[in-house]
Design a protein around this ligand. Structure first.
Ligand code: NAD
Length: 440
């Protein structure tokens, strides 16, 4: 029984952290949610926003309690404040900490020097503070840290789960897998991994480093309970993943924009599988001093394959979508070998949800309910390039809070709902779908 165990979720207001906090609370863990709300401020800074309206943390927690009778404790805390973090760990002495609380956008880290520094300080210092707090107050705690498959880059050999045995000049050793990361953000994750590995070797901490692929989907058992429990859906070029952007483009009748030739291959997983993977890691902890790495994804796709999946899903409903190739804002290989091992979580019992038309259909339908909020410039135009940083689109939106723009879009939706009466949502969905098909 898990009821007596305390788990702290760091970054619990985020896309994955919020559903994770609810999931653990549902399972009976004493769940403590921590966030400093910086992600919402970064949205204000860049003029970006979640397509799906998200409730304040206070409303989320209250709604969760009202619907389930369960309480998630909350602390507004910055991981870079070492003293506050110390107090938190000393107060709860958790059995496990799930650490999501980082700046997680590669383009954001490439805007300019200030954003690269901010990313690395936020992520590396926050993680380092956590290691010291755990050593002091909860040395047996299981640290479950979210890393990224992007730490490895795209080597021309199979990617192993964290370690590789190397034979060199007649000697052999099992060493950390070589890393060639994609961005300053991914470099911060590599530094985190090194620091955690070191803390396990030297202080005897225990940790699971989850090199996660790109996560998609918005529906978990818990987010589906009420709109106040929804998690964010990013669609812009800084925060939105390729699959999110493709679904929003297909749903709104815009061309699907693939960066470069489209052979870029990455690992992907459904957000429901993220919940399952972290729960499996939590329930099967490493031993004291052990640092283990799991590659957390279920399927790998090229960008072209993702675009084809979205096109096919729309076609099944009679809608044509166009795919166009944009000049690649990133510096990355556009055709390459990619084969990453990901058997550890399957061995622990993971039963994956594979990417299917039904998932694309549900994302498209979600987008169509909020189509008035889509900003075509944020959706279509890459605003950061790897060589030049933030470009004219970044500058156009920087500092322009999305709130007034969103108020207009939301007012339109309400008007339509009032005008169309009870069947309005379905009517709007059909109308958007018809519009999307007509334009593309
Ligand atoms: N979303 C993905 O596809 C994906 C893929 C691979 C890895 N990851 C990793 O998973 C984790 C969660 O990703 P996400 O998509 O939910 O990100 P997110 O940006 O939606 O959530 C991160 C949360 O952490 C908080 N945070 C950031 N810095 C903080 C600090 N110093 N102190 C306190 N809170 C802080 C933010 O306010 C935000 O709510 C990240 O570490 C990310 O790197 C995500």
């Amino acid at each position: 029984m898990t009821a007596s165990k305390t788990v702290i979720v760091l970054g619990a207001d985020g896309y994955i952290g919020w559903p994770m906090a609810m999931h653990l609370s549902r399972l009976g863990y004493q769940t403590v949610a921590v966030d400093n709300m910086v992600r919402r401020r970064w949205d204000e800074e860049g003029g970006t926003f979640s397509l799906l309206p998200i409730a304040s943390i206070e409303d989320r927690l209250a709604r969760w309690h009202e619907l389930t009778g369960k309480t998630i404790a909350f602390r507004d805390l910055d991981l870079c404040d070492g003293e506050a973090l110390d107090e938190l760990i000393a107060e709860w002495r958790p059995a496990a900490v799930v650490h999501f609380a980082e700046q997680r956008s590669a383009p954001f880290s490439m805007i300019d020097q200030e954003h690269a520094v901010r990313t690395q300080v936020n992520n590396i210092v926050g993680n380092l503070n956590l290691l010291f707090s755990l050593r002091k107050h909860a040395p047996d705690c299981h640290l479950i840290k979210l890393g990224s498959m992007g730490e490895y880059g795209c080597p021309n050999i199979d990617i192993e789960e964290g370690f590789i045995t190397i034979n060199h000049k007649g000697r052999s050793d099992r060493l950390p897998f070589p890393k060639t990361p994609h961005s300053f953000y991914h470099l911060s994750k590599v530094a985190d991994s090194e620091n955690i590995h070191f803390a396990c070797r030297v202080w005897g901490l225990r940790s699971t480093d989850l090199n996660q692929g790109v996560v998609y989907g918005n529906a978990t058992e818990d987010t589906a309970l009420h709109p106040d429990l929804a998690t964010r859906l990013d669609f812009d070029s800084v925060w939105g993943t390729a699959l999110n952007r493709f679904c929003v483009q297909a749903a709104t009748g815009n061309p699907i924009t693939v960066y470069g030739r489209g052979g870029q291959t990455r690992g992907y997983l459904d957000v429901r599988d993220t919940m399952a993977c972290i729960t499996l890691a939590l329930e099967n902890p490493p031993t004291a001093g052990e640092y283990r790495v799991f590659n957390q994804f279920t399927e790998q796709f090229t960008l072209n394959q993702l675009a084809d999946i979205v096109v096919a899903a729309r076609k099944a409903h009679g809608f044509e979508s166009e795919v166009v190739h944009l000049e690649n804002p990133r510096v990355e290989m556009e055709e390459h070998y990619y084969n990453a091992t990901h058997s550890s979580l399957l061995d622990l019992g993971l039963q994956p949800h594979y990417l299917a038309n039904t998932l694309v259909d549900s994302m498209v339908s979600l987008v169509q309910q909020h189509a008035d909020r889509v900003d075509p410039v944020l959706l279509e135009r890459p605003s950061v390039t790897w060589k030049g940083g933030g470009n004219e689109y970044w500058k156009q939106y920087a500092g322009t809070s999305a709130q007034s723009r969103l108020r207009e879009a939301d007012a339109k939706m309400v008007q339509r709902a009032l005008g169309a009466g009870a069947g309005s949502a379905a009517a709007h969905r059909e109308e958007s779908a018809a519009g999307a098909g007509g334009r593309s």
